[in-house]
Design a protein. Structure first.
Length: 218
């Protein structure tokens, strides 16, 4: 069993691409590998208001970007290179992600964490859903081991939001501030937009390291 720790922010397009590439590499190159993918939150904009932030305005104010479509081109091209139809113009708002991260953390006990995290991220980018809304999250979560009322309660619970904030603080304390960030087998880390080949190499190195340690201790 290979443990994969994945640090992401739901509204980051590179995280969508990273998750897609990880799943693709595991399916195509390591079909028999048992993995345990654990998600950890990174809050890039923790003060995002409930109504969201209009992305063209955000890009202009933060980065001076006057042509959002041009700024989207690299991420969209990387996504298409891995078979993912990504049009960043579909989603015009960045929404708060604390509620979504809370449900993703809760999904760990149900064994559905990674699949739910991918579903929420895809709902945000590919279907332009407002993943800041508890109702939207509950609609998604019912397919991943949750009762709808239970998911609603978690999404709205300040205690769960505080748990997300603490987990994000733990990520920052570990010097993880940019996403996606992958840790394979607790020892082999890669960060940012990595190719499928780079992800596959990191997995192979982690497997080799685990095998070597087992032989040395056996």
């Amino acid at each position: 069993m290979l443990q994969i720790d994945l640090y992401t922010e739901i509204t980051c397009p590179w995280c969508l691409i990273g998750q897609h590439r990880l799943d693709k590499v595991l399916k195509e190159r390591f079909p028999d590998l048992a993995v345990d993918i654990r998600h950890h939150p990174v809050l890039l904009m923790p003060a995002t208001p409930a109504e969201g932030l209009y992305i063209p305005d955000l890009l202009l104010k933060r980065y001076g970007v006057t042509n959002p479509k041009a700024s989207f081109a690299r991420a969209e091209g990387e996504a298409r290179a891995s078979g993912l139809d990504l049009d960043l113009g579909r989603q015009l708002y960045a929404y708060p992600t604390q509620a979504a991260h809370a449900i993703i953390i809760a999904a760990s006990a149900r064994g559905t964490q990674h699949r739910l995290a991918v579903a929420i991220t895809q709902a945000y980018f590919l279907q332009a859903k407002n993943i800041g809304k508890a109702e939207v999250l509950a609609d998604i979560a019912v397919a991943y081991g949750f009762e709808r009322d239970e998911a609603l309660a978690i999404a709205r619970d300040p205690a769960w939001h505080a748990r997300v904030t603490q987990a994000a603080a733990d990520s920052a304390a570990a010097s993880i501030r940019s996403v996606p960030h992958f840790v394979f087998g607790a020892n082999f880390a890669i960060n940012g937009c990595r190719s499928e080949d780079e992800i596959a190499t990191a997995i192979a190195q982690a497997i080799h390291g685990i095998t070597h340690n087992q032989q040395a201790n056996g």
